[in-house]
Write a protein that binds this ligand. Structure first.
Ligand SMILES: O=P(O)(O)OC[C@H]1C[C@H](OP(=O)(O)OP(=O)(O)O)[C@H](O)[C@@H]1O
Length: 274
């Protein structure tokens, strides 16, 4: 059914937002709206310009008969900084303080609005790094990985600390977790989860001693895959020597005073790489 340009623009925008990183052809839109490809091209020019001016993201247009458009959810630096400050403000409350200097995050990891913001911020950073898969470790990292993977339009894989028959044959490694007072722990990943040569992004909620992220790094090596980057929501205060140093954190727990129950969460090193 033929529809007006104003209606096409709304539907084109909705379709592209729902299919990030996916090239949608002119032919597809032309048939969808029973409109000429030249009209669709003009529509895409308007959407592209508005997205750019409003900082909604990038509309990449591919010319030619097999051409089309794809939505890249890239964020402006100031918008990323704004979300990181929102996260700091949300976490800087004494009731979030947990034993061991941890900060209670689980409520936020269950809220779609926070997950959308966190997922988009991390995905925007890795937008052009050709990520093939997002990796995390059960449990609290899972919603973060799903949010990031959605915006990157790639699969996410879940590393487990326990064995499950439903995972089939697995690759497992032992690692030292600083969070469990230097105890040797095991993590494993189903052999079906990751192809050789995959470019992998590690995400997690917290980093303390770095053993968990380092364990996932070792797993990636076991799969002959490539670690592109590791980003956590928050890095904790850690007195010892961390097992890993090349990571980024949206936030940093700068100081914790259990006596006075005060906590200071500030922007992490992620900002410096924007
Ligand atoms: O840097 P490290 O010293 O290794 O610690 C960071 C780990 C520990 C903690 O997970 P847990 O709370 O142990 O497990 P779960 O995510 O299942 O709650 C956190 O979610 C990171 O995965």
């Amino acid at each position: 059914m033929k529809i007006k340009r104003s209606e096409r623009l709304i539907d084109i925008t909705h379709y592209l937002l729902e299919h990030p990183h996916t090239l949608v052809s002119l032919t597809f839109f032309s048939k969808r709206y029973e409109s000429a490809k030249s009209s669709i091209s003009e529509d895409l020019t308007i959407v592209k310009k508005t997205f750019s001016e409003r900082g909604i993201g990038i509309i990449e247009t591919v010319p030619g008969a097999a051409g089309g458009a794809r939505y890249i959810p890239k964020m402006k630096k100031e918008d990323i900084e704004g979300i990181i400050q929102e996260l700091c403000d949300e976490l800087n409350h004494s009731e979030r303080l947990l034993p061991g200097g941890y900060v209670y995050l689980s409520d936020m990891l269950g809220q779609p609005d926070w997950l959308r913001k966190i997922g988009r911020v991390i995905a925007s950073f890795y937008m052009d790094k050709e990520i093939d898969a997002v990796m995390t470790v059960a449990t609290k990292g899972v919603p973060i990985a799903q949010a990031v993977a959605t915006y990157l339009n790639v699969p996410f894989v879940i590393v487990r600390r326990d064995s499950k028959v439903t995972e089939g044959s697995t690759v497992s490694i032992n690692y030292v977790s600083g969070s469990s007072s230097q105890r040797v722990e095991k993590m494993e990943l189903s052999r079906r989860s990751l192809k050789r040569g995959s470019r992998v992004l590690i995400v997690d909620d917290f980093l303390k001693g770095g053993g968990t992220v380092n364990g996932m790094k070792s797993l990636i090596e076991e799969f002959d895959a490539e670690l592109v980057g590791a980003t956590v929501i928050a890095e904790n205060i850690y007195q010892g020597v961390r097992s890993i140093d090349n990571y980024t954190a949206l936030l940093k727990v700068d100081s914790v005073d259990v006596e006075s129950r005060t906590i200071q969460v500030v922007p992490g090193n992620f900002i410096a790489y924007l």
